[in-house]
Design a protein around this ligand. Sequence first.
Ligand code: PTJ
Length: 275
Amino acid sequence: MFVPEGLYTKGCEARYQTKRLGVKHIMVSEGHPRYKSLTLRNKLVDGYEKGITSAHGLIAHGRGEAFDYLLGEQTSENALGATNVACAYLLTAHHPILSVNGNTAALASEEIAEFCAITDIPVEVNLFHRSAERVKRIADHLRSYGVANVLTGFDIIKLDHIASDRAKVDKQGIFKADVVFAPLEDGDRAQALTQLGKVVLTVDLNPLSRTAVTSTVTIVDEVTRAMKNLSGFAKHVEGQSDQDGLDTLKASFNNVQNLKASYVVMQERLRSLAL
Ligand code: PTJ
């Protein structure tokens, strides 16, 4: 790998394997134009090495990155609006739950811990590539960041119409929940949960995905940015007992319009670059 001299003096550490499978450490400067993106990649590689993220999760991240380029790697006004609506659903739910997978845990444990501390909402580890060992590692990782209430599938039940192990849910968590926040979800489960009458909130950089299309609220944004914004809104309304205001926010939202608006954000960015 070519490393321009003097550039990588401080910032995040990036590791890469040499030809002989030794590991080299380099520093990526905070001033590097891809600094944020490289930091997220590092978190995923760390997650992979710790048995938190699956190898498939690394590929899924690449797809997300491609869409984030089209968004200009920033939260659109539209995505922020959808985030506030998702938060309104979570704050007014009887049994809300955050469903966390290997990618989300590796990328956003700190942000999840912050949001859970504000709202007291529990987390359930729910995986596409499920194994008892991975579930435990992810739960321990979340706890190490201060997430207090993590369900790991102690009391499991299988949901119908889901081919993958994502069907395995905790009776006290996703099964009982009326509102499920499930970032980086797969289409089958988003659809199945919606059919069970649950409100499904997702974060997906790809507004064309089946998850994006079948969820109740789709936040078309990068998951760490979205989690920070969720906490921001939760803090903003904390202590207010304005249930009506939150209900009005939910009622004003239409996910089809929301997705169309995110296509426009991407289209306009490409158009401006093409001028
Ligand atoms: O940890 P597991 O076993 O549960 O597996 C997790 C993955 C993500 C591998 C699994 O759920 C999967 O295969 O997901 P998909 O079907 O690839 O969908 C993931 C979606 O998330 C894609 O539409 C990506 O564009 C999007 N995405 C990827 N990275 C991010 C993202 N969206 C928001 N923020 C990201 N950082």
